[in-house]
Design a protein around this ligand. Sequence first.
Ligand SMILES: C[S@@+](CC[C@H](N)C(=O)[O-])C[C@H]1O[C@@H](n2cnc3c(N)ncnc32)[C@H](O)[C@@H]1O
Length: 280
Amino acid sequence: MKSGKYYNEVASYYDDDAKDFEQRYEQNPILQIIRESFRRVTEKFPFNTALEIGCGPGFDVEYFADRYPSRKFFAIDVSPGMIELTRKRCERANLNNVQLGVGSVEDITSVFPDQKFDLIYVYFGGLNTVFNLEEAVKHLEQVCTEDARLVVTFVNRYYITEIPLWLANGRFDKAFERITNKWRGYSDHRKIPSRPYSYGDIKKAFNPVFHIGYKRGYSIFYPAWYRSHLLKKLGNKAGTFWKLDKFLSKTPLWNSGEYSLYEMWRKKKDLVKARREYDR
Ligand SMILES: C[S@@+](CC[C@H](N)C(=O)[O-])C[C@H]1O[C@@H](n2cnc3c(N)ncnc32)[C@H](O)[C@@H]1O
């Protein structure tokens, strides 16, 4: 498949998703608590010019641009429908420090020419749907300042607790689709050309340019966002599972949940150059 056709498919999927995306999010406490945690990590260090990739309907552009009015925010999304929702959201909030554009990672330099970013963040797996992750990283490198930081989150390839849950429901196909690289999104009805990534995949793609620092796993034992009905059943235990996941994030099990968050720092230029010469 060519990249143009690939991104048309991704955009069409998310244009459709945009119709009730906000409504579904507002009703999902798991997505809200995870987003809150992503934001805390993102805000840990100062930045001036941020780019969000895969901004969806703009929950986080609105949050950050409103909270930091003297900083600049840029957001890109492959889905025109999502960007339209973000535009409306920013207008309603009267934000004048936001610029938006339609496109994928490969388009950042043409959508926001001559712009560099000292923070790039991606929430809830916008980079699981890139044509080629290693190429995407090269595009990120071009738009990063020397001291840039990334906060990027990915849908994981190895989601271990999910396997027995699907097997208990008689869904052998679902239980192993991530591991066998057959995962094509969450829906049974509509497929998206996406790929879940293991830590090994992430290291291979990002290591040439970025140093991977803080890492955290989500929904290792705490329910995944699409099992939010379990929260009621779990009652107080849900909080315990959330804390357990936080603890497990410091162990070898950290990458075995539904999502992983990676904080990365751009490596110094001469190091990157030396590594490329060595690899040649
Ligand atoms: C799961 S949604 C998350 C939306 C938003 N970040 C949030 O947290 O609500 C993924 C978003 O990434 C966008 N997206 C997917 N692949 C992309 C790509 N290659 N480049 C830019 N945006 C992409 C989709 O259109 C969608 O809006």
